[in-house]
Design a protein around this ligand. Structure first.
Ligand code: ADP
Ligand code: MG
Length: 452
């Protein structure tokens, strides 16, 4: 396997000489080699969808040439983006997994993302306590807070902090055995060990997870309902805990909201530390964007940084994605520094894509789910209060959120006349003004629909 990795290194060296520095840094260096199949096909993963498109559009020929030179004429390659990578991994059945060359499986030595360090983590009001907790644990594994439980919304830095602990420990305590897994990986590992025909594989699984000094499980909320996986997790947890080994868990919600976990581990959490990451305030968002721009060597106007920090306030990952898009637009135009024009352009594109995903069916579905009624009822003829109200709300939301003629809205709602639609819309508009409950319901539904 090492050999394949070093061959891939040679491909990169060849390509570096043939493409511009910018292309190399942006698109090629960031490729990871995921798998090398028996039929000599390299499965490559691009760093983003844009990167994939760029590679396919501009560099297919060169990639093919360099790969054939190093891996042989009959070799081939395939480029995946992150989503396709997940699908690829999921579609491998256990028997394939055993013989597969999946390079990522070769990770007994943990590889932490070098960018996710404590130094690169911007500390603000929203995350100062969780940062302090993570640092204390990194500096005194197994001694200070055990377990450490970090929770918070998507894209707010949970994985970053876990990797920061990993990077810190690898550097300062090189002898410690550390393992970082996503909950999904833990589950897959366990299931694989159960399915394996080799009797030793179950023992190997236990040894792998119980002979650790630090175990981190990311996104523990996915701890599957498969009872045996849960059971195994609790055994692992207790075993490590009793031996004063550090356990670090992350989740999108507090432990009390993960039913099984709360029941089984409540007493354990008493001696640990539960910390949440909140939404970053404006200043912290600005500081994060500046740091990111500096790291990636993007030249970005200050007003662009502010523009982004104002527009995106609930997800740092999204903010970063947007920043790199603005940078990308500027490079396309051959500009050295990205300005407000590129930012507005990128924002327009973002709005367009979210609008494209917004359909009348989606709105109706969300309203039905919210009120727990069926689609047949909401577009049907029933006149009971439980149905009429949600129906009017759905009509109102469709007319508010979509640019759709009233007649077509009427058609979607079981062929109703457009005057009926106007009536429903106006009645709701009025209610939103006078009735706080209706107002809250509408706000909640809107956020459910838009965040979809
Ligand atoms: P989560 O695991 O909570 O969904 P991540 O840890 O993956 O979120 O963070 C998303 C992105 O935001 C990462 O690129 C991470 O480096 C960045 N990020 C989050 N919080 C901070 C912070 N305080 N300072 C710098 N970067 C951050
Ligand atoms: Mg994460």
């Amino acid at each position: 396997m090492e050999e394949i990795k070093s061959l891939w290194g040679k491909v990169l060296t060849k390509l570096e000489l043939k493409v511009s520095t910018v292309s190399f840094e942006l698109w090629i260096k960031t490729i990871t080699l995921l798998d090398y199949k028996e039929n000599k096909t390299l499965i490559l993963v691009a760093s983003s969808k844009t990167a994939k498109n760029q590679l396919i559009k501009n560099h297919t020929g060169l990639l093919k040439e360099a790969i054939s030179e190093i891996f042989g004429d009959d070799s081939d390659f395939q480029i995946l983006d992150a989503d396709e990578k997940e699908v690829y991994l999921k579609n491998l059945n256990p028997s394939q997994l055993n013989q597969s060359n999946i390079l990522n499986k070769q990770e007994d030595k943990p590889v932490f993302n070098q960018k996710y360090t404590f130094e690169n983590f911007v500390v603000g009001k929203s995350n100062q306590f969780v940062y302090a907790g993570a640092r204390a644990v990194a500096e005194n594994p197994g001694k200070r807070f055990n377990p450490l439980f970090i929770y918070g919304g998507v894209g707010l830095g949970k994985t970053h902090l876990l990797h920061a602990i990993g990077n810190y420990s690898t550097l300062h305590f090189p002898d410690l055995k550390i393992k970082y897994v996503t909950c999904e990986k833990f589950t897959n590992d366990y299931i694989e060990s159960m399915l394996s025909k080799r009797e030793e594989s179950k023992v190997e699984f236990r040894e792998k997870y119980r002979k650790l000094d630090i175990l981190m499980v990311d996104d523990i909320q996915f701890l599957s309902k498969k009872d045996s996986t849960q059971e195994e997790f609790f055994h692992t947890f207790n075993d490590l805990y009793q031996n004063s080994k550090q356990i670090i868990l992350s989740s999108d919600r507090p432990p009390k909201d993960i039913a099984t976990l709360a029941e089984r581990l409540e007493s354990r959490f008493a001696s640990g530390l539960i910390q949440d990451i909140q939404l970053p305030d404006f200043e912290t968002r600005i500081a994060i964007l500046r740091k990111k721009a500096q790291q990636e060597r993007y030249f970005i106007d200050d007003e662009v940084i502010e523009f982004i920090a104002e527009k995106i306030d609930t997800n740092i990952r999204e903010m970063e994605g947007f920043l790199s898009k603005v940078h990308f637009f500027a490079t396309l135009l051959g500009k050295k520094t990205a300005g407000l024009d590129e930012a507005r352009e990128a924002f327009k594109e973002k709005l367009d894509t979210s609008r494209e995903n917004l359909t009348i069916d989606l709105i109706i579905d969300k309203v039905c789910n919210y009120f727990n009624i069926s689609k047949t009822d909401i577009i049907g003829k029933k006149k009971s209060k439980e149905i009429v109200e949600p129906r009017m709300i759905a009509v109102y939301l469709v007319s508010e959120l979509l640019d759709m003629p009233l007649i077509s809205i009427g058609k979607h709602f079981g062929g109703r006349d457009h005057t009926t639609i106007i009536h429903a819309r106006d009645k709701l508009t009025q209610q939103v003004k006078v009735n706080p409950t209706t107002k809250t319901i509408i706000a909640e539904l809107k956020s459910l629909i838009i965040s979809n």
